[in-house]
Design a protein around this ligand. Structure first.
Ligand SMILES: [Zn+2]
Ligand SMILES: [Zn+2]
Length: 301
């Protein structure tokens, strides 16, 4: 089947996407073509190119929407707030602990004395500078909590919030239904889905979110455009036909079930190996067993 490849936004919306860091994370500028108000979705690194795009399109950024709390999606929040103090930050409450914990797993972030020591600071800054393009700055306090079913307005555009946890606890997908625009962060990314092995992730939640997103996509207009965290824009119809996690290929066999099955097999091998070692040890520690082993050794010499 020939796929339609026109992924341009409709006339009432302006969308600009730029790569913000060396993770290849996309930051999106979502603007209203009537009022020229705009939101930045996922400022994940240096913000110069996002600000430049806003300037070129005459957009005024007054909102920062975060699809999830990972470092590569929030690292530019502090700089954006410095440049645009009036911009308000929106995030799902389940993502707030990691958002405040430098976008890294909470237990690591609690090693505050290590990070704030001279050497720790240099390590963090050099890693951040390499991966994110700038030293990491703690993001500002969020202004609003996103909940499933909420609507955030960007000029005359309505952005509907859908909770899609799995890749991250506070992951949301953002739907601009009238304009056929969907921002899925790292939940669905051009033929694949986000990983579920990081702290805060859940395979079970991802399974539910993908089922939910599949029905959302089936109800969306087929040429609705999907903007993702790391893959170029794609069409809903393309995802429904080619993404094996959304169509029937793997829809009912989530990766965590396959992973768990593999884990059980490995556990069984480990247990049988342990039992064999134990029985050999018993034979060796038994006087007759030792003799038998010696006898076998003599015979083989
Ligand atoms: Zn992520
Ligand atoms: Zn990401």
């Amino acid at each position: 089947m020939v796929q339609k490849t026109d992924t341009r936004p409709r006339e009432a919306a302006i969308v600009e996407s730029v790569r913000t860091n060396s993770f290849g994370t996309f930051g999106h500028l979502l603007g209203c073509a009537e009022t020229f108000e705009a939101a930045v979705i996922d400022p994940g690194g240096p913000i110069a190119s996002l600000l430049e795009k806003a300037k070129q399109t005459n957009l005024t950024i007054n909102k920062i929407l975060i699809t999830h709390e990972h470092l590569d999606h929030i690292a530019g929040v502090a700089a954006l707030k410095q440049a645009l103090p009036a911009a308000e930050i929106y995030i799902h409450p389940a993502g707030v602990p990691m958002y405040h914990a430098k976008g890294v797993p909470v237990p690591f972030a609690e090693w505050e004395s290590l990070w704030s020591s001279w050497m720790g600071r240099r390590i963090v800054d050099s890693v951040s500078s390499t991966l994110l393009g700038a030293p990491y700055e703690q993001p500002n306090e969020p202004d609003h909590m996103l909940q499933g079913g909420d609507t955030v307005t960007v000029g005359s555009l309505s952005v509907r919030v859908s909770e899609t946890p799995g890749h991250a606890a506070g992951a949301v997908s953002l739907f601009v239904d009238q304009e056929g625009l969907i921002f899925t962060g790292d939940t669905v990314m051009g033929g694949v889905v986000g990983r579920t092995d990081l702290p805060g992730a859940s395979g079970f939640d991802m399974f539910s979110s993908l089922k939910h997103l599949t029905s959302e996509f089936e109800n969306a207009c087929k040429d609705a455009t999907l903007y993702t965290g790391h893959a170029p824009p794609t069409l809903v119809s393309t995802e429904l036909s080619r993404n094996i996690y959304l169509n029937n290929t793997l829809r009912f066999v989530p990766t965590h079930i396959l992973g768990n099955a593999l884990f059980v097999v490995l556990l069984w091998f480990a247990w049988s190996g342990f039992k064999q070692t134990l029985s050999l040890f018993r034979k060796l520690s038994h006087p007759q067993g030792k003799d038998r082993v010696k006898l076998v050794e003599k015979k083989t010499k």
